[in-house]
Design a binder for this molecule. Structure first.
Ligand code: GDP
Ligand code: MG
Length: 162
């Protein structure tokens, strides 16, 4: 069976941009407004000759209602059915209460989690990721999903975790 990698995190942190980076084409829907990706969408991916499925999810939020609750539920199903989880945080914003709530949800899933600090577009922003250690998920991977910075190191780690 092909390993499954789920990409989760709160709205607008760059999950879909990262998924597009991983699959090497623009297929996941990227929008400037929060909460655009609905449900779960799976794509075929490959890194260093190893094939896997990468699953884009909508923004996870705690205590969500109505449509947002359905989206959050789908993100939790994505975690439950994944072999590895990429948890995306906005490194420029830093860890938020919603990110901390997401960490609790991820702990219940008991899957290997790689913590990504996204939007690290340049060296000057690199130091921002240190704040993400407080989430208790180990070393954060600084990346820029938009520009591709750090995505190779992240994918190397994904292969090791799956
Ligand atoms: P999602 O809601 O988590 O799927 O986030 P999207 O992938 O739709 O991205 C939300 C916004 O953040 C869009 O305007 C993206 O262009 C922007 N974005 C995503 N990744 C990066 C990044 O690495 N750097 C910067 N500066 N912006 C990013
Ligand atoms: Mg999205």
């Amino acid at each position: 069976p092909v390993p499954v990698v789920a990409v989760v995190g709160r709205p607008n942190v760059g999950k879909s941009t990262l998924v597009n980076r991983i699959i090497g084409r623009r297929q996941a829907v990227v929008e400037d407004v929060a909460g655009v990706t609905r449900d779960r969408v799976a794509y075929d991916a490959e890194w260093l000759g190893r094939r896997f499925t990468v699953v884009d999810t909508g923004g996870w939020e705690p205590d969500a209602r109505d449509r947002a609750a359905a989206i959050a539920a789908q993100a939790e199903i994505a975690v439950a059915t994944a072999d590895v989880v990429i948890f995306v945080v906005d490194a420029v914003v830093g860890p938020t209460d919603v990110d901390e709530a997401a960490v609790k949800m991820l702990r219940r899933g008991a899957k290997p989690v790689l913590l990504v600090g996204n939007k690290v577009d340049n060296t000057a922003l690199e130091s921002e990721v240190a704040a993400l250690w407080s989430l208790g998920l180990g070393e954060p991977y600084p990346i820029s999903a938009l520009h591709g910075r750090g995505s190779g190191d992240l994918l190397d780690a994904v292969l090791k975790a799956m």
